[in-house]
Design a protein around this ligand. Structure first.
Ligand SMILES: Cc1cc2nc3c(=O)[nH]c(=O)nc-3n(C[C@H](O)[C@H](O)[C@H](O)COP(=O)(O)O)c2cc1C
Length: 601
C-alpha cells in the first residue's frame, strides 16, 4: 500500500538568547508523534520558507529583547512585514507564542508587533496567542500552550481542507472568515476541581470548602489573616464572631478563590538526580568558581559619608588594585562584585531541608535518564566536586523569588490537603493576584515560603533545578584612575530602620548588606593583613563616558548613588587635581544637596 504523506506545518522562530529557538525545535521534534511534519526555520532564513505562498498552518515563536525590540534574527522580518499590502497574507493561517518578561516595560512587544502586522494584512489566527512570561517562568504558559497546539493544528488543517472544498463552490465575492476566530480553542490547562481534593468536605462557614473537613491543625493553618487593626487572636473561622475583618494572606485564601476550581499548570518535568557523598576530597573553594576573570582585592579604606543619626548610611569603599596591574578602568566602567549568601541564611536552609549534617558532603548531579524536559542540562553554574555548603553559599540565589513553576513543583512535596491546596492556588491562573500580592510583590524568598508551609519538604534536586545562579552585583566605579592610581572606589547606601519604625516592603540588598557588614562599624584597617578581601571583575564594553571634547558642557543627572560614575567623570575632568574647579564643585554639591534634601535622608 502506498504510504500516505503526513500533513505539514511551518515553525518560524526569532530568538536572541536561544529560548524561543529551543522551544521551536522542541515543537518540530514532537510533530512526528502527532502524525505531522514540521518545517523549522529561523525568521532570517527567508530562503527556507515562503509566507507569500504558504497554505499550511504557520507557528511563530518569538521573543523580545532590548527595550521591546525584535531579536536580531527577526529584525529584518519584522521590518518587511510592516510594508505589505492589506490582503497580502489573507491566505495565511497562523498561531503565535510570544516570549517576554513582565519586568520589562514592553512586555512581548515583538510578538505583539508581528501579530498586529499579520492581522492587518489579512492573516487568520487558528489558535489563541500565548504570552509566556520569563519573569514568573515561561512554562506556566508554555506547557499548556504546546499541549493545546496539536489539536489546534489538526483543526486548522481539516478546516483548510474543507474550506478548499467550499471555495471550489463559492463565488469570487464570497468572504472568508476574519479574525478573531470564535472557534479558536483557548489554551487548555489541567483543570483541578475542588472536589478532586481528597481532604475537602462540605462548605464550611464563610471561609473555605476545605476548612471544615480538615484536621484541627489544618484548620488553624487555614484561618484567614486579620487586618492589623483587629487584635490578634480574635479571628475565628466560627460564624459566632461576625465582626472580624478577614483578609487573605500567604497561607490563607478567601472565597471566591478558596472555593473555585483551579487551572494548575502542568508539573514541570524533574530532570536532575542529585546524591550526596561523604568525601574528604571535596574542594574547599573559597569565593566564586569562575576564577579566570576574577580578582581578589582588599578593601583598603571605608568612609562613612552621612551623619551617624541618619537611617540611611552612605559608605565609600576603597579597593586596592595595586597587586593587579592588568586591572585598570575608566570612569563610567562598572564592576561585578561576587558576594556569597549569608552564612546564617545558608545554615537555616540546610536545617530546613534536613541536610545540615551533610553540609560538607560532595554534591553529585546527573541528568535523569527518563526526563521529559526538553534540552535538559546539568546547570553550568554548579561546578563539579563541591560541597553542599559551597553550593548554597556561592552557586544558588537562595534569596530569589520562587517562580510559579517552582511553587507548582513544591506542591508535590507538601503534605496535607490545606497547604497543598494553597500552593496550588498560588501557582494557578485563578490565584495570580494572590501570587503577585503575597509572593512577587513581597520579594518572598524560598526560605520564607518554606517557613510558612511547614509540611513542604523539597528534595535538594528541586532547589538546584529551580533556584537561579547566584549573580554578581554590579557597582559603578566612583573614582578616576588619574586621581587615585591603583585604587577603585564604590559608593552605596544602606537603610537601617530603627526598631520603632516598621520596615517597609523590600530588603537590604544582598551584596550591599554584605559589604556594609564587612566594614561596619567603619573601621581603620591598621594591618594590611586585616583588610577584608572581595572578588570583583570588570564588566566589559561600557559605553558610558563623558563627552571626549573637554569644551562641551554637559549635565549629569542621577538618582541616589546613581551619581557614582559622575564623581569619576569630575575627577577625570579635573585631570586628577585634588580639588575640582568651582563649577565642577558646584555640580557635585548640587548633586549631593539634592540627595540630602530627599525626605527621610
Ligand atoms: C537584554 C534583554 C532585554 C529584554 N527585553 C525585553 C522586553 O523589552 N520585553 C519583554 O517582554 N521581554 C524582554 N526580555 C525577556 C526575553 O524576551 C525573555 O527572557 C525570553 O524568554 C528570551 O527568549 P530568547 O532566549 O529566545 O531571546 C529581555 C531579555 C533580555 C536578556
Amino acid at each position: 500500500m502506498p504510504c500516505e504523506a503526513k500533513p505539514r506545518f511551518v515553525v518560524l522562530y526569532g530568538s536572541q538568547k536561544g529560548q524561543a529557538e529551543s522551544i521551536a525545535e522542541g515543537i518540530a521534534d514532537e510533530a512526528e508523534e502527532h502524525g505531522l511534519v514540521a518545517e523549522l526555520s529561523c525568521l532570517n532564513q527567508n530562503e527556507k520558507y515562503n509566507l507569500e505562498k504558504e497554505k499550511a498552518p504557520v507557528v511563530f515563536i518569538v521573543s523580545t529583547t532590548g527595550d521591546g525590540e525584535p531579536p536580531d534574527n527577526a529584525l529584518q522580518f519584522v521590518k518587511s512585514i510592516k510594508k505589505k499590502t492589506p490582503d497580502h497574507y489573507k491566505h495565511l493561517c497562523y498561531a503565535l507564542l510570544a516570549l517576554g518578561d513582565t519586568n520589562y516595560a514592553n512586555f512581548c512587544n515583538c510578538g505583539k508587533t508581528i501579530e498586529r502586522s499579520l492581522q492587518e494584512h489579512g492573516a487568520k489566527q487558528f489558535y489563541a496567542t500565548g504570552y509566556a512570561d520569563d519573569g514568573v517562568g515561561l512554562e506556566v504558559v508554555l506547557d499548556p500552550w504546546i499541549e493545546g497546539l496539536w489539536k489546534a493544528i489538526n483543526g486548522a488543517l481539516s478546516k483548510m481542507a474543507s474550506d478548499r472544498t467550499d471555495y471550489s463552490n463559492a463565488g469570487p465575492g464570497d468572504s472568508i472568515q476574519q479574525t478573531p476566530d470564535s472557534s479558536i480553542p483557548d489554551v487548555q490547562l489541567n483543570l483541578l476541581r475542588i472536589t478532586d481534593q481528597k481532604d475537602c468536605g462540605p462548605t464550611g462557614a464563610s471561609v473555605s470548602k476545605c476548612a471544615t473537613a480538615a484536621s484541627a491543625s489544618a484548620v488553624s493553618d487555614l484561618r484567614p489573616a486579620v487586618f492589623p487593626s483587629q487584635p490578634l487572636g480574635t479571628a475565628s473561622v466560627s460564624a459566632a464572631v461576625p465582626h472580624v475583618t478577614l483578609a487573605a494572606s500567604l497561607t490563607h485564601s478567601l472565597p471566591p478563590l478558596s472555593e473555585s476550581s483551579l487551572n494548575v499548570p502542568a508539573l514541570p518535568p524533574p530532570y536532575l538526580d542529585v546524591t550526596l557523598k561523604e568525601a574528604d576530597t571535596v574542594q574547599q573553594i573559597v569565593g566564586p568558581s569562575n576564577k579566570e576573570t576574577l580578582h581578589e582585592v582588599p578593601i583598603s579604606r571605608a568612609l562613612q559619608l552621612t551623619r551617624g543619626d541618619s537611617v540611611k548610611t552612605s559608605l565609600l569603599l576603597e579597593l586596592d588594585l595595586s597587586a593587579h596591574p592588568n586591572l585598570t578602568y575608566q570612569p563610567g566602567d562598572s564592576f561585578d562584585v561576587f558576594c556569597p549568601n549569608k552564612d546564617s541564611e545558608v545554615e537555616e536552609m540546610l536545617h530546613r531541608v534536613g541536610l545540615y549534617e551533610q553540609r560538607n558532603h560532595s554534591v553529585h548531579i546527573s541528568l535523569r535518564k527518563d526526563t521529559k524536559k526538553k534540552g535538559a542540562q546539568v546547570p553550568a553554574h554548579v561546578p563539579p566536586n563541591i560541597s553542599l555548603l559551597y553550593l548554597l553559599t556561592w552557586c544558588l540565589e537562595i534569596k530569589s523569588v520562587p517562580k510559579k513553576a517552582f511553587v507548582r513543583a513544591l506542591v508535590e512535596h507538601t503534605e496535607g490537603g490545606v497547604q497543598r491546596r494553597r500552593l496550588q492556588e498560588l501557582c494557578s491562573k485563578q490565584g495570580s493576584a494572590d501570587y503577585n500580592l503575597h509572593v512577587r510583590d513581597q520579594s518572598l524568598c524560598l526560605m520564607e515560603l518554606l517557613s510558612a508551609f511547614t509540611s513542604c519538604s523539597p528534595p535538594l534536586s528541586l532547589l538546584i533545578e529551580h533556584l537561579p545562579k547566584l549573580q554578581p552585583r554590579p557597582y559603578s566605579a566612583a573614582s578616576s584612575w588619574l586621581r587615585y592610581p591603583g585604587r577603585l572606589h564604590f559608593v552605596f547606601n544602606v537603610v537601617e530602620f530603627p526598631a520603632c519604625i516598621a520596615r517597609p516592603a523590600g530588603r537590604r540588598g544582598l551584596c550591599t548588606g554584605w559589604l556594609f557588614d564587612l566594614v561596619h562599624p567603619v573601621p581603620v584597617f591598621p594591618e594590611k593583613a586585616a583588610w577584608p578581601q572581595i572578588h570583583v571583575s570588570l564588566r566589559p564594553n561600557s559605553l558610558f563616558r563623558p563627552p571626549s571634547d573637554q569644551s562641551v558642557p554637559f549635565i549629569m543627572i542621577g538618582p541616589g548613588t546613581g551619581v557614582a560614575p559622575f564623581i569619576g567623570f569630575l575627577q577625570q575632568r579635573a585631570g586628577g587635581e585634588r580639588r575640582p574647579t568651582s563649577t565642577k564643585m558646584s555640580l557635585l554639591q548640587a548633586v549631593c544637596r539634592s540627595e540630602e534634601s530627599r525626605p527621610g535622608c
